[in-house]
Design a protein around this ligand. Structure first.
Ligand SMILES: O=C(O)C1=C[C@@H](OP(=O)(O)O)[C@@H](O)[C@H](O)C1
Ligand SMILES: C=C(OP(=O)(O)O)C(=O)O
Length: 475
């Protein structure tokens, strides 16, 4: 059987988000981190020899990255024991790169074109044309490349024709709309003649933990990076050492599963949660705790237990902005008002996430106010209906969390989760099935110790049919 082409946008798939029949109680294994996988791939093709990557995320964003790197001449052999990456002897131009809707592809790959022997063209999904690119394209021009765009704005689609001298130097950029511009330049910096100094000039750079991840992964490969001053990074010229790596689980993709425990009063464990990590998703431990959940990092992984209180809260998500949609879903189900700040730039993510969240939560009955850099969410009794995902995997995650406790939430498309987790629906359904089994087993154990009960009940026996005009905010 031929495998579906993961690099294409998946056909939209409407999805009635399942309500939780019982408090969600399960162990959920989440696949590898998108951010680590795509950095590991880029660094492997820039390295001084072959590398292997174990537990790399296999999803649309990383399939696009693998194909992009192949278009530049790299060999990536996907074997059962991991991906084996051989860098090209020299980067080849003349090809075209499909970026889909992947920020890491549209930002991390164009600087590699500086090393190519000819022009490289870049295109993406229609929705990607709205994502900010201008600061990075400006930096590539400052490094001698000719960058042409086929639409009016400095955005996708575009072609990068390198100067052929592979010279580095100093570039100044405004990275207030995405940290990925900085990461993109740092990743290639050591391979440019004279290295690279990147200076940010503008408002606050978001997602700083993602830049710290880039710096750490460069240092792990022997690259000298000076990040001792705020808003300035200096990468010394030198080889990037080949390294065999294992990718951590994607902690941001754990968010909806852990949130499921918080909103239903259940308990979800995500195994293999790293005890030291640079993924911003690790902030979920603090975030879920301020919402009132119990959070425990132990040998089995991270366990989140819902309590009978989901509290409103004020959160600056500037460092972990990819969590905004799931956090907004939690806020809409909380007891009182929440304020999310520090995330003005998520207007340039897969969709304008602030507008999308306001629209969808208001349609369900919440009162939501868009601020200059976030959302104020006043919870109300919520009702189901069509929940639009805007081709955004994290909007789909938010809709799934809401659907656990609000009847009749129907996502217009759940297939967009394939961007970073093609197994999302399967994992969600398995989580709910495991929760039911867990409660059935508990009831059976009670029956063992109580001989009066002769017909062991199933938790499903007690499930009330949910009528479409009923709504509730807790199961
Ligand atoms: O470098 C990365 O891997 C990422 C950086 C962040 O981008 P922004 O700085 O644009 O938020 C984050 O939101 C995105 O999901 C992944
Ligand atoms: C912003 C995100 O992705 P991207 O890497 O496409 O920027 C995200 O995954 O939430």
């Amino acid at each position: 059987m031929t495998q579906p082409d993961q690099t294409r946008p998946a056909e939209p798939q409407p999805w009635p988000a399942p309500q939780a029949p019982v408090p969600v109680t399960a162990t959920v294994v989440v696949p590898g981190s998108k951010s680590e996988t795509n950095r590991a791939l880029v660094l492997a093709v820039l390295a001084d020899g072959p590398s292997s990557i174990v537990n790399g995320l296999d999803a649309r964003d990383t399939a696009l990255m693998r194909d992009a790197l192949r278009a530049l001449g790299a060999t990536i052999d996907e074997r059962p024991d991991g991906w084996h990456v051989t860098p090209p002897a020299s980067f080849v131009g003349g090809g075209s790169v499909a970026c889909g809707l992947a920020g890491t592809v549209m930002r991390f790959v164009p600087p590699l074109a500086l090393l190519a022997d000819g022009p490289v063209s870049f295109d993406g999904d229609e929705q990607a044309y709205a994502r900010p690119m201008a600061p990075l394209l400006g930096a590539l021009r400052d490094l001698g490349a000719d960058v042409t765009t086929t639409r009016a704005a400095d955005a996708l689609p575009f072609t990068v024709t390198p100067a052929q001298n592979q010279a580095g130097g100093r570039v100044s950029i405004d990275a207030s709309s995405s940290s990925q511009f900085v990461s993109a330049l740092l990743l290639v910096g050591a391979r440019l003649r004279g290295g690279l100094e990147v200076v940010h000039e503008g408002g606050q750079v978001p997602s700083l933990p993602h830049i710290a991840m880039t710096v750490a992964m460069l240092r792990e490969r022997g690259v000298d990076v000076d990040d001792s001053r705020a808003d300035r990074w200096v990468v010394a010229e030198g080889p990037i050492a080949a390294r065999d790596v294992a990718v951590e689980p994607d902690l941001s993709n754990a968010a909806p599963f852990l949130a499921a425990a918080a909103v239903t009063g259940g308990a979800v464990t995500v195994p293999h949660w790293p005890t030291g990590t640079l993924q911003p998703g690790d902030q979920l431990r603090d975030i879920l705790a301020v919402f009132g959940a119990e959070v425990e990092l132990g040998e089995d992984g991270l366990t989140v237990r819902g309590t009978d209180q989901l509290l409103g809260t004020d959160l600056d998500l500037g460092g972990a902005s990819e969590l905004t949609p799931v956090v907004a879903a939690l806020a809409a189900l909380a007891r009182d008002t929440s304020r999310i700040s520090g995330v003005a730039h998520v207007r340039g993510h897969e969709t304008d996430r602030l507008a999308a969240l306001r629209t969808e939560l208001e349609a369900m009955g919440a009162r939501v106010h868009e601020t200059h850099d976030g959302l104020t969410i006043h919870p109300r009794l919520l009702a189901g209906g069509e929940f639009h995902t805007y081709a955004d995997h994290r909007m789909a995650q938010a809709g799934a969390v809401l659907g656990l406790v609000v009847p009749d939430v129907v996502l217009d498309d759940v297939a967009c989760t394939s961007k970073t987790m093609p197994t999302f629906v399967e994992a969600w359904q398995q989580m709910l099935a495991d929760s039911v089994t867990e409660v059935d087993e508990e009831l059976a154990t009670e029956e063992d110790v109580d001989p009066e009960v002769d017909d062991p009940p199933s938790v499903l026996d007690g499930l009330l049919p949910v009528s479409s005009d009923e709504s509730r905010s807790r199961p």
